[in-house]
Ligand binder design. Structure first.
Ligand code: NAD
Length: 465
């Protein structure tokens, strides 16, 4: 089958490459010429494990091509996916201008029956807007409305394991009110996945277009709520002597609850949860429904993102006495991507923390194995911030270390060595127990506690007796 995917970001590029790898003829379109040129040269424009390798295989096999010529791509395809961004408007609602621009172009150049598929995350009711835009273009250009299919096929991939998620999805949602569109989508997914009849029944959900749009937002809001709930519990654990990691373990063994997304930390970020939670609240407002739980999840997350700075202030006070403040201190930030295995920094808790530190006069050393260029870009005009790709350099002569992203490589660092041989190279930093804040409860407190003032999330150290 021939498909066009419009938007070659985290979703469009991974989807295009995976579909092509499964035998589909894919045209990927983007209006950013630089991205298209780099992709045509086999250069991966985002960091996603395994993607560059697969990209070069499908380019070599001529199963994919990259272009800025959207009209030509639409004309040649049976299915056109919109995978463009839906960033938040100032009021938190989803900005649909990119999706509707793509729909307009589809309407302008639709030559025969095609299906327009929304993979971008859009609020319930968007399909009606898309239908209107396409139909209006048909009337303008051709004098009547041409037959076309509409489908909502939301994407559930997770950055960092996106290829696995696309190649082996938990579920595929096909939301359409049109039988021909459903058959066309079925044909595509039959070509991509070798599902048995039983697998097909359990993995593919056929539904109306409104439910498909709602499934995506409801799923993200539920996951965000679980994280925020555990962060509330973590704040209470810190006051009471309970340990949130053990609490989560005990809760997760209950089959009705399950173990996933119960990890307390420094708040969720990324390109999806924060904006989708806000957009769901806004959709509720539009329809007069107060999204009480979703609003609470968002509020809790905002509070949690600020706790790292508060922990640092309290620790400096405890370590060095009343007069001590953050001004002039050097703080190492370990990890600035919103989660490991991605270069994406959108809404990362590291941004909130770095902004708080800068406005309080700290000097910042940031380390990230992959996202450091994005970090430089975000803080391009800021002084007092230095960038590192080596953890040991980043931690040299700092007053405190704050781990923000749980990159696996932090498990391999010799923290004892850093404590002994890097923290006090200039002889000015004479701490008995330098501060180590573990914003992800990633490292072993038992080990670090011996030589550092170790502070985790949702636990007291030393443990209450
Ligand atoms: P992105 O910002 O990484 O990529 C969007 C791409 O679309 C960009 O390359 C941009 O240049 C291109 N674009 C914008 N307007 C265009 C136009 N008119 N013509 C051609 N190209 C155009 O976005 P993303 O993270 O891939 O997300 C895309 C959508 O998928 C969003 O709605 C998002 O909420 C949803 N989603 C994202 C993820 C994720 O993990 N990133 C997961 C599931 C769903």
């Amino acid at each position: 089958m021939k498909v066009t995917i419009i938007g070659t970001g985290y979703v469009g590029l991974v989807t295009g490459v995976c579909f092509a790898n499964c035998g589909v003829d894919v045209i990927c379109v983007d209006n950013n010429e630089d991205k298209i040129n780099r992709l045509n040269n086999g250069e991966c424009i985002i960091y996603e494990p395994g993607l560059e390798n697969l990209l070069n295989i499908v380019i070599k096999n001529k199963k994919i091509r990259f272009t800025t010529d959207i009209r030509n791509a639409i004309e040649r395809s049976e299915i056109v996916f919109s995978a463009v961004g839906t960033p938040p408007n100032e009021d938190g609602s989803a900005d649909l201008k990119y999706v509707l621009a793509v729909a307009k172009t589809f309407g302008e150049c639709q030559n025969d029956y095609k299906v327009f598929v929304t993979k971008s995350t859009v609020p319930v009711g968007t399909a009606e807007k898309v239908r209107e835009v396409i139909s209006n273009e048909h009337i303008k250009r051709f004098g009547n409305i041409r037959d076309f299919g509409l489908c909502s096929n939301p994407e559930f991939l997770k950055e960092g394991c996106a290829i696995e998620d696309v190649l082996h999805p938990d579920r595929i949602v096909i939301g359409t009110n049109d039988e021909q569109a459903r058959r066309t989508m079925d044909k595509l997914y039959d070509e991509i996945y070798d599902f048995s009849d039983i697998e097909k029944q359990s993995k593919i959900i056929y539904c109306d277009i409104w439910s498909a749009e709602m499934i995506k937002y409801a799923s993200n809001a539920m996951l965000a709520t679980r994280i925020s709930f555990m962060n509330d519990i973590a704040r209470l654990c810190e006051k009471t002597g309970a340990n949130v990691d053990i609490v989560a373990q005990g809760m997760g063994l209950d089959k009705r609850i399950g173990p996933l997304f119960l990890k307390a930390g420094c708040g969720y970020g990324g390109s999806c949860f924060p904006k989708d939670v806000q957009a769901l609240i806004k959709t509720g407002e539009k329809y007069g429904v107060d999204m009480i739980v979703t609003k609470a999840a968002e509020k809790s997350n905002m509070i949690q993102k600020e706790t790292l700075f508060e922990k640092l202030s309290e620790a400096l006070y405890a370590n060095q006495g009343k007069t001590d403040s953050i001004k002039g201190k050097t703080i190492a930030i370990l990890g600035c991507a919103f989660k490991p295995n991605t270069d994406d920094m959108r809404e990362s808790p590291a941004i909130t923390l770095i902004e708080q530190l800068i406005s309080n006069g700290a000097n910042i050393n940031v380390h990230d194995p992959i996202a450091i260029d994005n970090c430089k870009h975000i803080f391009a005009n800021k002084k007092h911030i230095s960038y590192y790709t080596d953890v040991y350099d980043c931690c040299t002569n700092v007053d405190a270390i704050i781990l923000v992203t749980n990159w696996n490589e932090y498990n391999c660092v010799d923290w004892e060595d850093i404590r002994k041989n890097y923290i006090n190279i200039d002889g000015k930093h004479n701490y008995e127990y330098p501060i180590f804040i573990d914003g992800r409860n990633m490292l072993s407190e038992q080990k670090l506690w011996k030589t550092w003032m170790y502070i985790g999330v949702g636990k007291c150290f030393p443990a209450k007796q």
